[in-house]
Design a protein around this ligand. Sequence first.
Ligand code: ADE
Ligand code: ZN
Length: 343
Amino acid sequence: MAHATPLAPELHTLLCRMPKAELHIHIEGSLEPELIFALAQRNGVALPHPSVEALRAAYAFTDLQSFLDIYYAGASVLLHEQDFHDMAWAYFQRAAADHVVHAELFFDPQTHTERGVAMGTVIHGLRSACERAQAELGISSALILCFLRHLSEEEAFATLEAALPYRPHFIGVGLDSSERGHPPEKFARVFARCRELGLHIVAHAGEEGPPAYIESALDVLKAERIDHGVRCTESPALVARLAATRMPLTVCPLSNIKLCVYGSLAEHPLPALLDAGLCATVNSDDPAYFGGYINQNFVETFAALPQLGRAQAYQLARNSFEASFVPAAQKQRWVAQLDAAFA
Ligand code: ADE
Ligand code: ZN
């Protein structure tokens, strides 16, 4: 086990208070056990675990799949627009406390449509929370629709078709769920169609899957950001390519530990990625399941890795704005806020 050095109080405060963007958060992964139980009761949904404590105790994962099985079961309580709103609103309140000024939220419509929930219910519920976050918390946000890669490309096409009436409400598409055995090229045609539609493209790659999946996410899907991407470290040529193109990686340190990608945070490659000049960012992935929201990710990772200090904190926050899908003028305003926080 890593022996985490206590974080200097000034660095702790800086990490928590600096303005930041969160670019890798599955909104269904922000569903806390308390809210799962409240929604189950409100909607008359039976749960396999008898209590909040029993559910939380089941969060002992051995790999990505062992997590996904529980994560999809948790999402079964989401039925109505209000449920999606309440889930996202709870996230935004936590994000505001963590000084997140912009969030790009993943959602998994197939998890819901396959249970008979309409696409419009999902998207309208999430959108209303996004609008409320802007109005009441000053957080800007956007939605990214993710295709489940364990399902077929045909099903991804059907999902895209169902989402098109809501096209103004999401800015891009992503690829998530079980990575091994489901390479990006399985979805080549549907992502080509998404590009024609002017959607931003991101993809999970190199979380559990090999560096070759990162390459095919770039070359075949034309991804503009790689979610996770940490296994790029196994290919020096790929690291050099990612650095040369400033291809963002949305890294999720606590997720990587909970899903046993690394044995401890002390072994995490975040410092090496930054040293290599990559546009790495820190994110929470599924914070209700992995032990913390974005600031917890920053604080625990910096505490475990003494190579990370003030300069890396600044770089990570700056990268989060650089990697976001917002106009350049807005990025500049946030970078100016960031500079003020470090002045
Ligand atoms: N869906 C939710 N979290 C995920 C992760 N970390 N990897 C792949 N799919 C996911
Ligand atoms: Zn993820």
